[in-house]
Design a protein around this ligand. Structure first.
Ligand code: 5GP
Ligand code: ZN
Length: 112
């Protein structure tokens, strides 16, 4: 398996852990775009939400809940951005599903 985030999930490539459980691994983005920039990924390899099936619905909900929990733990009381990029037009660069949790500064809209 040559997937970068699978290697991060397995520990083959080091990362800075933020949270983990049996389904999810959250870690610091290597190139943070905000004071808080955490990636929340399923341990299972899924390319993107476009590739997720009905059997993944509970997992997807869990990932969102994990992200919200991290935001709470990090004290992001003024809000934050939760985003997942899908495919080329979405700007996805790593083909293993992940949520970006961005916070600690005001976000702009629309995104680029
Ligand atoms: P995407 O562009 O697919 O939505 O997000 C990929 C994210 O992974 C980017 O924000 C990028 O900075 C981050 N990233 C890429 N390679 C690594 C790495 O080796 N370690 C960590 N922690 N983050 C990475
Ligand atoms: Zn993977």
């Amino acid at each position: 398996m040559s997937c970068l985030f699978c290697k991060i999930v397995s520990g083959e490539i080091p990362s800075t852990p933020v949270y983990q459980d049996e389904l999810a691994y959250a870690f610091a983005d290597i190139n943070p775009r905000a004071p808080v920039h955490v990636l929340v990924a399923p341990k299972e390899h899924i390319v993107s939400i476009a590739d997720a099936g009905e059997q993944h619905e509970a997992l997807l909900g869990h990932l969102v809940a994990v992200a919200a929990g991290i935001a709470r733990a990090k004290g992001l009381t003024k809000g934050y951005r939760l985003v997942t990029n899908v495919g080329d037009d979405g700007g996805q660069t790593v083909d293993h599903l992940h949520l970006h949790l961005l916070g600690g500064r005001p976000m702009t809209w629309p995104p680029g």
